[in-house]
Ligand binder design. Sequence first.
Ligand code: CP
Length: 299
Amino acid sequence: MAWAHPHLLGIADLSAADIVDLLDRAEALVDADAGTLLSGKVVVNAFYENSTRTALSFQLAAKRLGAHDLSMSVAYSSVVKGETLADTARTLDALGADAIVLRHAVSGAAAEVASVVGCAVINAGDGTNEHPTQALIDALALRRRFGNLAGLIVAICGDIRHSRVARSNMLLLTQLGIKVRVTGPPALLPDETPDGVAVMSDMDEAVAGADAVMMLRVQHERMPDRLDLPLDLYHERHGLTEARMRYAAPHAVVMHPGPINRGVEIADALADDPARSVILDQVTLGVPVRMACLAALVA
Ligand code: CP
């Protein structure tokens, strides 16, 4: 099936069929040598916020597809001389970029770039808005573990309000028939959620019977004031502990998009449990998922 969208700005723009198409493309690339699919194409990573997983896996994805991958170092770029985001994007486009992969602190930044360039734009996380490739990774990790996704229960726990991962996952997982629950401290719950998402104040209730428990980091960098809750109390009330995990289904998996704050939102024993934690599988799947997205948009 030909890919119909010029950019990947958010899950909100995708149908269920689009999502399944990208997951199928990614699955086909898990062990494949994609060789020269993007030979001669130019993929530019422009990360205005820090990243380990997303930046490196997009680089690796571009390399595995045979593209020229360039990483713009914002700190050493003309951004520090006052160049606007739109002018930087036009410059990358004029240099021959076939795709710009953008991470930025401002919600809507990827859409702004898409409005001024001719090349494809992939949103690698914009403010509190969306992180679509992370949600695709998470869905693929669930599909590889459970097969059929419809009817699964996924509890997303922690800082939902400031999390672009939570927003993209709420949009994506509900489209695929997953029952999504979100929970966290009252100050970190969202004002609005997509249809079909249950907001729960009690974490034990949210985790009860869940097939997957997805933990999220507190996004201090997006809060005007620090959360008024000591870390040990946060862990006790809102963290994933061994005791709390016993409420989940016996086969339940532990997820986290990373980076992890150990001992805060998740206990070491769960993060490192090879039988239950799929956290490193999520990282590994970042490469084929991002290969699939680049190939769909650029090939
Ligand atoms: N999950 C995620 O986006 O991680 P990075 O910030 O390391 O890219």
